[in-house]
Design a protein around this ligand. Sequence first.
Ligand SMILES: [Zn+2]
Ligand SMILES: [Zn+2]
Length: 306
Amino acid sequence: MALNLFKFCSGLRALGYLMILLVGVIIAVSYYAVVILTWGPKLLHGGFISVLSFFIISVFHVLLVLLTWSYFMVVFRDPGSVPGNWKTMLGEEDMEAGGSMSLPQSVAPEASSCPNEGTERRLTVGYCSRCQNSKPPRCHHCSVCQRCVLKMDHHCVWVVNCVGARNYKFFLLFLLYTFLETTLDTVALLPHFIKFFGEAKNRSVSPGALAITVLAFVINLAFALSLLCFLVLHASLLSNNTTTIEVHEKKKTGRWKYDLGRGENFKQVFGKKKALWFFPLFAKEDLESIPALKGLDFPTRPDVEP
Ligand SMILES: [Zn+2]
Ligand SMILES: [Zn+2]
């Protein structure tokens, strides 16, 4: 009996909503530990400690706004779907290059096949049998979302959404700001973490305050380290104009045809308007002048066979 393992992926969507709750709880615990329990009361101490406290609490709030803003932009922004009437304008060579990509197991695509195409190669690329529609280059079917996603990077359970052409920048900003926030929390809580253990022996600190501080410190340290790994990985992907899905395909080819050089690759995701690079927004002129931000068309290197 054939067992469709991808059916289980739909369960990830339900898990995703719990993840939003989990993100909220982590933020609340960190806020309580850093702002209310440890650094907030120091604001009125006077002297250097008050200045330091003001600085930590201010940076904490700025990062919190930026990461929450980026988070909700990733959650609610459509990563990009194929227009219903979209028909591939690609030549056969483009179709060849667009196929045979390896996907992470958790988001492996449905097998694509096209009953109307004549050649074996055309059977495996450029058409999604689930959506019954042509697929633009770099587009993949997501088994969790149950639709094709433009320049799909991966399905992220933390944001209950696919990360694709139109929300990848927001995802990267979310990673960056969450890394900075968790690093700040870890550094800000470290002296209290050590001090509280000393005071706990003398029983001069409440068990509740000790538990929250230890919990917040451990959670933030774990997230900061994990996010650092993700940031390094995505910085490498960004500089090469590659998605998580395309990494395996890129390894097989000599030169990556979408690699336009580090600066241009960055603009293909973040846009050209420098003032908006650090915000989860795009300038109207960037959306009009950079086709990659829409996810249907991507410039390629002139010196690499398409
Ligand atoms: Zn599809
Ligand atoms: Zn998805």
